[in-house]
Design a protein around this ligand. Structure first.
Ligand SMILES: [Zn+2]
Ligand SMILES: [Zn+2]
Length: 924
């Protein structure tokens, strides 16, 4: 038997790592032993900002293809929370990746004035001073808000920088700055001239606390335990949760097929609930649920969206019994002036006294509440400004609703994850005319003036669906981008009394809906618009799909006749480790800036991305961030080792030549990693590439290749090449640590940044045979390590081993040094085949038989003694289990699960005993 013997005991370069040469190549400074984010981040960010490369205008190279992303503007009054940190991270990854790929990357930052949220906040502040907004008056109130916003916008800018965001500050926008205000007035004016904006008396959602209208999607619902009142209603009985609104009833509705009421349809009758006789018409509507209550519902056109729609179809009378102040109106007779809750109690008591209440049942129902202040919303009719979503837009040939649906249906806009497309269509199809006027002081003032000499306000319509739409044909309404000086109808000149501007402001989404193009210079035909619009992707939370995304599609279709973005990427919400929402009351809030300060921004970014998938909520904990802090440090240490061992070797300009199997394998793996990370980032998957890179860096590079490098030596070029590539691949995820290493190791000058480097390219064919052969080497080493672990061999002790390799002899022989080095094998005998050595532990891996003489693993006598003791223990325990289970009364009385557990324990012991016996037998 020809056995190749390799004597390695004295020839292995074991001490190599200890004798690394001093660092002398292009590295400008030694990497300190520990990565200190605090000492690095602000300095690196300042250097990036100063370089000008956040702006696409300053990037090197031609960069014909744009990549544009508009930052969802955080509310100007807020501070950043963990949700902001998540979107900043994802958007920064997108931007840095595309910038590295050679695109003209523009990520445009900004803030939102968020009228209603900001006003609510200011009112709260005033309340602490014992004041209301009325004490200040409109002018002073807005002054206070602007002051406050100026301060908090500064804070937000700092926080965005802290997260490492590579956004173009030179193009920063604010939804309430001069340029954006001009855009809002321009769009309003154009829409009005196109007949798409009108003023009318229609039903709206009213928040009595905010004293303003709300959009349909600004209304939230909460379930409440209430009562269902069965009222004697003329000849019928009608069930209602809100008896006080019945004073405004003008009809009752039944299902057309309901035999109980069929003969009544179309007839009238009179009822009186105490506010005077009410003329009630019986109408039919297929929407009525025959099985709910008595199958008949009272119709209150002025105070229910559903009823108003029925009233429009049937031209019913409208009777507004609740006012904007949340109190009953004079039409409520003796209840006039009472807040609704009080009126309800009084009315119910009165009706009970009159015997008009048949019964009262407990009832769980949905109450609509204001999304800002949680006050119950009152639907009521009010004179407001609306955008007509069903009218054909001149020049577009379809309505805003149709255009918005088609933009997604045609595939021009892709929503990720796709399931939200259905949600979008459903919402769009149910879209009603959009009420855009708000009674909030802080916001874009409606650019409408009323001429005091010729404008006559339309009367409130008596019947639903008959109200006039005050629009461009109406005299004395002046809609203008600039403040008008004369009335075009009567020629009066503007002075303090003649032309009066509308008091209301615009829905905040009316301005943020223009975000993708108002930020690029519209309405002027700017180069920016031409170059960067439509934008590439809009990244935001799924919770503002309608508020904002739908509005942007609608507004952009109108203004530019094009889509605002090609893709919508919706992220989930950040929750705690138990899956709960983060809230002050639960005390589980993670402040992104605190943890960034503590663990470094890169660690926070990784923890927000790895394990995150679009549209799904992400669980977050401080432990997770700490883990990634260690990881950033690991990358630092790997780099440090590579740079030190590379010595004076110059930075490789191309892919170095592979000299050994391990080289072929690692370079092939790098290619695979480049391909998979690029493909994942390209398809907007951000978690998987992070995982791929982590496995490559930590396992394949650090645990295997670096160890092999210590054995094989002479790898400086490949190591530097690997380092530069992984720094680039990691850069979008961990911009700070990667840039710092790059600056210290490779940078050719002050303007040489990793952030503008070239994205790595895989260099050709996959090396399948290297993967396979190296796989065998890894398996053999792992097997030897496992055997060593079984016998608890000390880490430093060298063992002997014999490997029978069959056809794989050549491969194994060629890699003997690595196998021996990593497996800590002092003497390795390799042959095609042979006899199983006496007294040895063995394993078969990939067709190779591995034998390790037990004598080289352990002291045989001591081990025999140890195993014998362990066996005796195991047998004793087994006997006790057996006697327990032989006890009939135990088996009969103990719960089945307990008995099953005992039987399992018995099986485990029997297995252990068999193994110990065979180990003892092997020792002979
Ligand atoms: Zn409110
Ligand atoms: Zn006039």
């Amino acid at each position: 038997m020809a056995t190749k013997k390799i004597r390695l005991r004295h020839s292995l370069p074991v001490g190599r790592q200890a004798s690394t040469p001093p660092l002398r190549h292009s590295v400008k400074a030694d990497l300190p032993p520990v990565y200190e984010p605090k000492a690095v981040e602000d300095r690196i960010y300042a250097a990036w900002e100063q370089s000008g490369f956040f702006s696409p205008d300053n990037l090197p190279g031609e960069r014909k293809e744009p990549f544009t992303i508009m930052m969802p503007p955080p509310n100007a009054t807020g501070t950043l929370h963990i949700g902001h940190a998540m979107f900043l991270t994802i958007e920064d990854i997108m931007t840095r990746f595309e910038r590295l790929r050679g695109k003209a990357a523009l990520w445009l930052p900004g803030t939102d004035h968020a009228s209603i949220a900001t006003s609510t906040k200011m009112e709260k502040i005033l309340a602490t001073e014992g004041k209301t907004k009325y004490d200040l008056g409109r002018g002073k109130f807005i002054e206070r808000v602007n002051e406050f916003v100026a301060g908090s916008r500064g804070t937000i800018r700092k926080q965005i920088r802290k997260m490492g965001s590579s956004c173009d500050w030179s193009r920063e926008a604010y939804t309430f700055d001069e340029q954006r205000s001009l855009v809002v007035r321009e769009i309003f004016t154009r829409m009005f001239k196109d007949g798409l904006i009108y003023r009318g008396n229609r039903i709206v959602n009213w928040c009595p606390r905010c004293e303003s209208t709300l959009a349909d999607d600004e209304v939230e619902y909460k379930t409440e335990q209430g009562k269902l009142y069965f009222l004697k209603y003329g000849p019928f009985v009608v069930a209602t949760t809100r008896p006080e609104t019945k004073l405004g009833d003008t009809a009752v509705a039944v299902h057309p097929d309901d035999q109980r009421y069929k003969s009544w349809i179309g007839k009238n009758f009179t009822v009186d609930f105490g506010s005077g006789p009410l003329e009630i018409k019986v109408i039919s509507d297929p929407e009525v649920d025959m099985s709910f209550g008595t199958g008949m519902v009272g119709v209150t056109p002025a105070h229910s969206q559903v009823d108003y729609a029925m009233a429009e179809k049937n031209l019913l009378m409208v009777k507004k019994v609740i006012g904007e102040d949340g109190k009953m109106t004079k039409l409520a007779g003796p209840y006039a002036g009472m807040p609704v809750v009080e009126a309800r109690a009084k009315l119910v008591a009165d009706l009970q006294a009159k015997g008009l209440i048949e019964k009262i049942e407990d009832h769980t129902h949905n109450v609509s509440i204001c999304y800002r202040c949680a006050t119950p919303v009152e639907p009521l009719t009010s004179r407001q400004w609306f955008v007509d979503v069903n009218k054909t837009v001149p020049g577009l040939g379809k309505s805003l609703k149709q255009a918005s649906v088609e933009a997604v249906k045609s595939g021009k806009i892709k929503i990720i994850p796709e399931r939200f497309e259905k949600v979008y269509f459903n919402w769009m199809n149910n879209l009603r005319d959009w009420c855009i006027s708000r009674q909030i002081w802080f916001g874009h003032r409606i650019p409408v003036w009323y001429c005091q000499s010729c404008y006559v306000e339309e009367n409130e319509p008596e019947r639903a669906g008959t109200g006039a739409k005050e629009s461009r044909e109406h005299t004395g309404i002046i809609v203008s981008v600039e403040t008008p000086t004369t009335c075009p109808t009567c020629g009066r000149r503007k002075d303090l009394t003649e032309l009066v501007q509308d008091e209301d402001t615009l829905d905040t989404w009316f301005s943020s809906g223009t975000w993708t193009f108002s930020t690029l210079g519209w309405p002027a035909p700017t180069l920016d618009l031409k170059r960067f619009h439509p934008t590439s992707v809009l990244e935001t939370g799924y919770d503002i799909l309608f508020f904002w995304i739908a509005r942007m599609i609608l507004m952009t279709e109108y203004a530019l006749h094009e889509i605002p973005f090609k893709k919508v990427y919706l992220h989930g919400l950040v929750r705690d480790e138990q899956g709960r929402k983060m809230s002050k009351s639960l005390g589980n809030i993670i402040d992104p800036l605190d943890v960034a300060e503590k663990y470094g921004t890169d660690a926070v970014r990784l923890s927000l991305v790895i394990g995150n998938s679009p549209g799904n909520d992400l669980k977050m904990s401080e432990e997770k961030i700490a883990y990634f802090r260690n990881f950033a440090n690991k990358l630092w240490n790997i780099s440090r080792f590579i740079l030190m061992s590379a010595g004076a070797t110059p930075r490789p300009t191309k892919r170095p030549k592979a000299m050994t199997l391990a080289d072929r394998w690692i370079l092939g793996r790098l290619d695979e990693v480049i391909k998979s990370v690029t493909a994942d980032l390209d398809s907007m998957n951000y978690s998987r590439p992070g995982e791929t890179l982590r496995d490559f860096t930590w396992n394949e590079l650090a645990d295997w290749y670096l160890e092999i490098a210590k054995i094989e030596g002479n790898k400086a070029e490949i190591l530097l090449f690997l380092l530069e590539n992984i720094l680039k691949l990691w850069h979008p995820f961990m911009p700070f640590v990667t840039e710092e290493i790059y600056r210290l190791a490779f940078a050719a000058g002050v303007q040489d940044f990793l952030m503008i480097g070239n994205w790595p390219k895989a260099s050709g064919k996959a090396d399948k045979s290297a993967d396979k052969e190296f796989g065998l080497v890894r398996d053999l080493v792992t097997a030897v390590r496992n055997i060593r672990a079984t016998y608890k061999v000390e880490p430093g002790k060298r063992v002997e081993a014999t490997m029978y390799c069959g056809a794989k002899k050549a491969v194994v022989s060629a890699q003997a040094a690595i196998i021996a080095g990593l497996g800590k094998i002092g003497q390795l005998d390799i042959a095609a085949k042979g006899q199983k050595p006496e007294k040895s532990a063995g394993q078969v891996v990939g067709g190779v038989q591995i034998f390790i003489p037990l004598g080289s693993l352990v002291d045989l006598d001591a081990e025999k003694k140890r195993l014998a003791e362990e066996l005796a223990q195991a047998e004793k325990y087994l006997a006790s289990l057996e006697s327990k289970l032989a006890n009939e009364s135990f088996v009969a009385r103990a719960p089945a699960a307990v008995v099953a557990t005992e039987r399992e324990k018995m099986a485990v012991q029997k297995d252990k005993i068999a193994k110990l016996r065979s180990q003892i037998e092997q020792l002979g």
